[in-house]
Design a protein around this ligand. Structure first.
Ligand code: ACO
Length: 428
């Protein structure tokens, strides 16, 4: 590409500039298309649309590459922690020791919820899904910080840390509420992930001491979920942020978008699928036949990805971790055997091979979470905890961009053309 492309529209040539990213991706800048030609582009579900320029995360779906701020995900998974990676995503560089201490200090200082928040939890029925509680409570938390609404740049680090810290407290409180158990307050002496497990599983007077391998496995799950460029929930966060809504409102919208089974809700859907296959005494073969025949609109949950047409690099790391954690905890799970069988068949089956469908991050993460005692309806909540730094980084990028405008897609209208109103009596 030489920096421009020429299109012929209605027989007339127009020249549009191209934009080349640092990893060589090419985009055609169509910002002037409508003013020059009257036409817009139509790309439902945005399979070919770049909605922004971003310096946070790079994915090469053809090669199975994922990098946060230029660091390969496999290297971060091996050497970093969730909190260090969160800092990297939000602020662009790995922290120095002083920066990491300051960031951790802010997380600790903000981990308590305002006592008034307890009343909000009381308002939810026992049937409430924890994702409903999470999104509502993130928004509710913003009410206790009025300066958030018109937050100035210098307040950003406080609000970012407050959100990362409190999403974990809210998640644990909502689990305890659903179980009818008393809330457990965070402990200042514990690190982020261990503190979460403490709030989930301790009892008054009886502290849970999470095993280091469990803490490590969960920290890795958070890290692997920390960002994934312009997916459905992150695009939602950016869309809401573009209206200059506050950080908590934007993140709360991200939680709602994440909830769906085609997105973050897939980790719960995978386990439900595996349980169903197990209950029916199938080893996965019958189920896959139904999927391929599109009987009952079934999908192999945890497989396929809009961007990855090769292995999801996160799935490779999670699968390895899954084997390790189950062995360390001496857990033998028949669902893991079914998952492995499904993967083995699918990776050699024409239906999946021709469509380039591979396991995604959700295929094995649920089995780890189940092994460490996380209930199924909390799986997507844990995804949201992990994704929070990515949402915050994307929010910041929108706010810091002097050229940012409100996101407002157009449409091709396909409804009725102009007609006149008939009074009710004439319509019968
Ligand atoms: N099982 C069976 N068939 C599938 C699957 C699957 N998991 N995924 C895609 N296909 C088929 C589609 O039916 C379609 O077949 P066709 O050509 O015969 O019509 C073809 O593959 C292309 O699929 P699309 O739906 O067009 O792919 P799209 O990019 O729109 O969807 C998605 C991607 C939503 C992830 C899809 O693969 C899916 O539903 N997977 C299962 C849910 C899931 O695991 N979601 C988590 C994604 S990762 C994340 O968000 C964290």
């Amino acid at each position: 590409m030489n920096g421009t492309v020429e299109l012929i529209i209605d027989g007339k040539p127009i020249t549009l500039p191209t934009v080349v990213g640092t990893e060589g991706e090419v985009g055609i800048d169509i910002a002037t298309l409508r003013s020059k030609t009257g036409a817009i582009t139509l790309d439902p579900a945005y399979g070919n649309t770049g909605a922004c320029k971003s310096a946070i995360t790079f994915i090469d779906g053809e090669k199975g590459v994922l990098q946060y701020r230029g660091y390969d995900i496999a290297e971060l998974a091996q050497k970093s922690t969730f909190i260090e990676t969160a800092y990297l995503l939000i602020y662009g560089e790995l922290p120095t020791s002083a920066q990491l201490n300051e960031f951790s200090g802010l997380l600790t200082a903000n981990e308590m919820l305002h006592e008034g928040m307890r009343h909000h939890f009381e308002g939810f029925p026992p049937t409430a899904h924890p994702m409903a509680i999470l999104s509502s409570m993130i928004n509710a938390a913003s009410s206790y910080h009025p300066n958030l609404i018109h937050a100035r740049e210098e307040h950003f680090p406080f609000h970012a840390a407050r959100l990362i810290s409190q999403v974990r407290t809210i998640a644990a409180f909502s689990y305890r509420k659903a179980q009818g158990l008393p809330s457990i307050y965070p402990k200042t002496t514990l690190k982020y992930t261990a503190n979460f497990l403490h709030m989930m599983f301790s009892h008054p007077g009886e502290d849970c001491e999470p095993k280091p391998e469990v803490v490590k496995a969960l920290d890795l799950i958070f890290l692997l979920h920390a960002d994934h460029e312009q997916n459905c929930s992150t695009s939602t966060v950016r869309m809401v942020a573009s209206s200059r809504a506050n950080l908590f409102a934007s993140a709360s919208a991200g939680v709602c978008a994440l909830w769906g089974p085609l997105h973050g809700g897939a980790n719960q859907a995978v386990l439900e699928m595996l349980e169903e296959i197990h209950k029916e005494g199938d080893d996965g073969t019958k189920f896959l036949t139904a999927v391929k025949n599109k009987t009952g609109n079934r999908k192999l949950m945890g497989f396929g990805h809009r961007v990855y047409k090769n292995f999801d690099p996160r799935a490779v790391i999670i699968k390895e971790q899954c084997d390790k954690v189950l062995a360390q905890l001496h857990v033998s799970d028949p669902l893991l055997d079914i998952a492995k069988k499904l993967e083995e068949i699918a990776l050699h089956d024409e239906y999946f091979v021709s469509r380039r469908l591979y396991p995604n991050v959700d295929f094995y993460s649920g089995i780890i979470m189940r092994a460490i005692g996380i209930p199924m309806d909390m799986f997507t909540v844990l995804f949201a905890i992990g994704r929070m730094p990515g949402w915050i980084a994307n929010f910041k990028e929108v706010m810091d961009d002097p050229e940012s405008r409100i996101s407002r897609p157009r449409q091709i209208y396909t409804g009725a053309t102009l007609r006149t109103y008939k009074p009710l009596a004439e319509r019968d």
